[in-house]
Design a protein around this ligand. Structure first.
Ligand code: UT7
Length: 315
């Protein structure tokens, strides 16, 4: 598999920590020192997630010099969109004017890595070109009266075009069911036959998830290095899911590596779930910081608890 292009499209509205402190019992100082976040982008007014995803997809296709009708598949990593059904990928397929099959997958913050692995399988079964969309409206999941969660998240979309050719990507995936530590529950509906749970906004045991994330990222990265026989010196960048700067710092310290190997953008976007790693990739490509032959390790963790780790070589 090879990556042909990456693009992102972020909401217009920039919300700084101080703006949250105006209606929540929080402060810029707390958010910045505990998480590294300075601001996030949030959907506002009539802005739609499907439009952001469409815009990211169009840019990625144009960077890859491909037309929508040349796509063999669209995979969309998404936790919540305006639709329960159809999946967001099917909505964006129509906006693009593509005619290929598509499906959504929900692996929370690890969604991009799961989509990459699924794409590699589809390429091996005959597909030639695949669009991976990651699009998240975390602002819809959060309780905006709960300072423990809403300050952490942001919205956005990213699109990645992958194609057959290049070297196999190597994956290390895990799932360890534990919905209690990080969940949100759907609206109950009105079936006269069923007693559903009430809807609940995103609820997280931050410290449990923090400990899990540090341990899982370290072991996922070590497993990829061991399996590939590569040393950390061969890796151009380690791109970690942007959930908390302290998590990234802790993983980096445990691996004994330099800060420059761990690019971050959580300061400007908060936790954008499945979008965070392709958003980083887009920034690195656009900043001229990546070249063919560079080897990258991607590592994501989140609700599930699911993790995805990937070692890839840029074609
Ligand atoms: O992408 C999904 C994966 N998610 C993650 O990886 C998140 C992992 N967890 C974390 O990043 C951190 O645990 C948090 C950022 C969520 C919380 O940081 P923490 O250092 O673990 O803080 P804490 O939960 O231990 O809370 C410390 C204090 C508490 O007050 P008391 O009980 O000590 O008086 C909280 O009530 O900070 C308080 N607090 C806040 N204060 C001001 C919690 N949220 C806030 C806030 N502003 N926004």
């Amino acid at each position: 598999m090879k990556i042909l292009s990456v693009a992102s499209a972020m909401p217009q509205k920039r919300v700084r920590n101080e703006e949250l402190a105006a209606f929540l019992d929080t402060s810029d100082e707390w958010i910045r020192t505990r998480t590294g976040i300075e601001e996030r982008r949030l959907l506002s007014g009539d802005e739609r997630l499907e439009s952001l995803a469409h815009q990211a997809a169009q840019t990625a296709l144009s960077r890859a010099k491909l037309r929508p009708d040349e796509l063999d598949y669209i995979l969309c990593a998404n936790v919540i969109s305006d639709y329960i059904t159809p999946g967001l990928g099917a909505v964006v397929q129509g906006l693009l004017g593509a005619s290929c099959p598509c499906f959504d997958l929900n692996a929370a913050c690890a969604g991009f890595i799961y989509a990459l692995q699924a794409a590699q399988g589809l390429l091996k079964s005959g597909a030639k070109t695949i669009l991976i969309l990651c699009a998240e409206m975390n602002s819809r999941l959060c309780d905006w009266t709960d300072r423990r969660s809403c300050v952490l998240f942001g919205d956005g979309a990213a699109a990645t075009v992958v194609a057959s050719g290049g070297e196999d990507f190597l994956f290390q995936m895990t799932a360890q069911s534990n919905p209690a530590v990080l969940y949100a529950k759907n609206a109950p509906g009105n079936s006269p036959f069923h007693n559903p749970w009430p809807a609940e906004y995103l609820t997280m045991n931050g410290q449990e998830v923090y400990k899990f994330a540090v341990g899982a990222a370290c072991s996922g990265i070590r497993a990829l290095l061991e399996f590939s026989g590569l040393s950390t010196k061969s890796i151009r960048y380690f791109l970690l899911h942007q959930a908390n700067l302290r998590i990234i710092e802790s993983v980096r310290e445990k691996l004994g590596l330099a800060p420059s190997l761990f690019p971050t953008n959580i300061q400007r976007y908060g936790n954008t779930s499945s979008v965070s790693i392709p958003l980083l990739l887009d920034e690195l490509f656009q900043g001229g910081k990546l070249k063919p032959g560079d080897q990258l390790i991607l590592s994501a963790f989140g609700a599930g608890l699911q993790t995805g780790n990937c070692l890839l070589s840029l074609a």
